[in-house]
Every structure is written in structure tokens, then in C-alpha cells.
Design a protein around this ligand. Structure first.
Ligand code: DAH
Length: 338
């Protein structure tokens, strides 16, 4: 039996040496050390031996097993290093590596995220609504008369169905009040669409951030304080902000807000960033009529609303002179924000 073990060992070592890849090496391992491998079968024969033979044979089996295992391990390492060598053959390892380009957030995203995080700290929660809107949510419920220029086909993208691409995020005010009850404190960032002539300050798709605050006894001072605080948190405590009386159908009184823009090498100038005002009672009436309850009865609640241009905020934040840079995806421009 000893010779038999020695023969198995010699055969196994020969098979291992002859293996040319991992698969043939594994075949050899199975043939000798596997469950039905020849060395395994030989070990099973031990129990039939006379007792005095058992230790000798046991030792011989161990020697054979160790030798074969070691040969397999060494062969495996040799095959692996050979494969490694092959995989870099012909490649000049002394060449410098390729630079991995690091991505970054778009300036609009940076500004939007910052605005949202400041307003959330102030107690506003996120809300949203569809970009394909009904005339009711975009105009009627916002007290916009039938002949208002914003409803004109020249200014608004209409679908054949009569729906439209929302011209402002103010429709989210209505969407929110349909479902919520006072107090309401929401912000809604999102896209808005207009058939504007494209130039340095206008695009046909742009980004707004709507805000709505409804409760008992909300006053004009709350609106002014909230938006001044926000704009100074955004642009620095010494930021100059001004409120200019204006008209919007859905607020009364209404204002436009300007922030002083400082661009290096240019005279500082006022740039409009937002519209705002006290929610017109007519808006609460439309909502109440639709809801058929008094959750937003204009006798009980007041509120303020605002809508700002995120593109404008980004232009102020970074001193960008042409809004088109924000959609052109020119890496030379975008890289500076990464
Ligand atoms: N929706 C207006 C626009 O797009 C901006 C605006 C003005 C929003 C006054 C408001 C507001 O919420 O109260 O020009």
C-alpha cells in the first residue's frame, strides 16, 4: 500500500506540473484530493489494514497530502503571476496615469439647495406641483383675469388639451391649499416656462422658488422681515434689499424685490430677484369655493407669498452676466463651481 501512495503522489505532482491554467489545475486537485480522488480513496482503505500498519500508512498519506497541496498552491501562485504579467504586456507602466475628472454640482443646484436649506431652517416645508398645469391652477384660482397678458398664447406654451406649461410656480400655492389646512408654510422650487425672447436675462425655461405662508394675523411686516432675513442669509448681512410697489393679480399689496448686484469692474446695480405680496382674499375665496369648507376663509386667515428666480439668485451670487451660461453646459464655465 505504501507504494500505491507513492505512485499516487508522483502522478499527482506530474499532473500539477502539467497544468497550464487554473481549470486544469483544479481538475488535478479534484482527481487526487477531491471526495472521490485517488488519495482520498486510498485513505478510506486504511480501516481494513492491520493495526500495526495503520500509523505507518497514516503518516505516508499525510506526507503525500501535504506535498500535493503545497504543489497545487505553488502552481496556483505561479499561474496567477503569469496572468498578471500577460495582462500588462505591451503597456508602458511608466506613463503618467489618466486624470480622473471630478464632477460637481451645477451652480443652479448649489444656489437652490442653499436657498432651500435657509428657508427650511426658518420653518418652511417643501411642496411641489405638476409642470403641466391647468388654466385653473395657473391663472383662474390665482385671480388672473381672462384678458391678462400672461394668458396670451404669445406668452404661454399651451397644449391642444387646453393644459399649459406652468408660467410660474405660483400654481403650487393653489395645489397646496387644496389639500392642507392653515397654518401653511411651504416653499416650492421648480421650473417655469414662458415664450420669452431669449437674451442675456431671459430664457424660455427658468427656475423659480415659490413661498407661501398662511395663518391667522400674518402681516406685511412678517413678509418684509422674512424675505430680508432670507436674502441677507443668502448674500451676506450687508446686502442691500429694496421693495418696490408692483402689481400681481394674486397679491394685494404687491412688491418686486431688488438686490444690489456687485460685479467686479462694473457699477453696482439693482437686479430684480422676486415678486411678493399679501395673498389677495380673492385667492382664498377660490380655494374655499373649491374645497367647500372654511379652512381658508379670507375672514379668518391672511398670508404672504413670494416667487423668486433661482437663475437670478445664481447670477447675483456668482456675478454671472449672461443667463444663457446656465444652460449651455460649457465645461469651461461650469468647472469653476466644481
Ligand atoms: N408668479 C410671479 C412671477 O412669476 C412671481 C410672484 C409674485 C410670486 C408675487 C408670488 C407673489 O408668490 O406673491 O412673476
Amino acid at each position: 500500500m505504501k507504494e500505491q501512495i507513492e505512485t499516487i503522489q508522483a502522478d499527482a505532482l506530474a499532473a500539477v506540473a502539467a497544468a497550464t491554467d487554473e481549470r486544469s489545475l483544479d481538475d488535478a486537485r479534484v482527481a487526487f484530493l477531491g471526495k472521490k480522488g485517488s488519495l482520498t480513496l486510498a485513505s478510506a482503505g486504511m480501516k481494513d489494514l492491520p493495526n500495526d500498519q495503520k500509523p505507518i500508512m497514516g503518516q505516508a498519506l499525510n506526507v503525500a497530502r501535504t506535498a500535493i497541496t503545497q504543489a497545487i498552491d505553488e502552481k496556483k501562485a505561479a499561474l496567477e503571476s503569469e496572468a498578471d504579467k500577460k495582462s500588462v504586456e505591451g503597456i508602458d507602466l511608466t506613463l503618467p496615469g489618466r486624470e480622473l475628472l471630478q464632477g460637481g454640482l451645477h451652480p443652479l443646484t448649489l444656489v437652490k439647495d442653499r436657498a432651500v436649506s435657509i428657508l427650511r431652517r426658518m420653518g418652511f416645508a417643501l411642496a411641489d406641483g405638476p409642470e403641466i398645469e391647468t388654466e385653473y391652477h395657473c391663472f383662474d384660482a390665482l385671480n388672473t383675469p381672462d384678458d391678462h397678458p400672461a394668458r396670451n398664447e404669445k406668452d404661454t406654451f399651451y397644449f391642444d388639451s387646453g393644459k399649459l406649461l406652468r408660467t410660474h410656480t405660483s400654481s403650487v400655492q393653489i395645489r397646496t391649499m387644496e389639500k392642507a389646512s392653515a397654518p401653511v408654510r411651504i416653499i416650492a422650487p421648480g421650473s417655469a416656462y414662458r415664450r420669452d425672447e431669449i437674451d442675456a436675462t431671459h430664457l424660455s425655461v427658468f427656475n423659480q422658488l415659490e413661498g407661501l405662508y398662511v395663518d391667522k394675523d400674518v402681516k406685511l411686516g412678517d413678509l418684509k422681515g422674512t424675505l430680508e432675513y432670507f436674502l441677507r442669509a443668502m448674500f451676506g448681512t450687508d446686502t442691500e434689499v429694496r421693495f418696490r410697489p408692483h402689481f400681481f393679480p394674486f397679491t394685494e399689496p404687491s412688491f418686486e424685490i431688488d438686490v444690489k448686484l456687485h460685479v467686479k469692474g462694473q457699477e453696482p446695480k439693482w437686479i430684480e430677484v422676486a415678486g411678493c405680496g399679501m395673498v389677495d382674499p380673492a385667492v382664498f375665496s377660490s380655494v374655499s369655493e373649491q374645497r367647500k369648507d372654511d379652512a381658508f376663509d379670507p375672514e379668518n386667515v391672511t398670508g404672504f407669498a413670494f416667487g423668486m428666480g433661482i437663475d437670478r439668485l445664481a447670477m447675483i451670487q456668482y456675478g454671472i452676466k449672461d443667463i444663457r451660461l446656465l444652460i449651455e453646459n460649457d465645461a469651461r464655465f461650469l468647472q469653476q463651481f466644481a
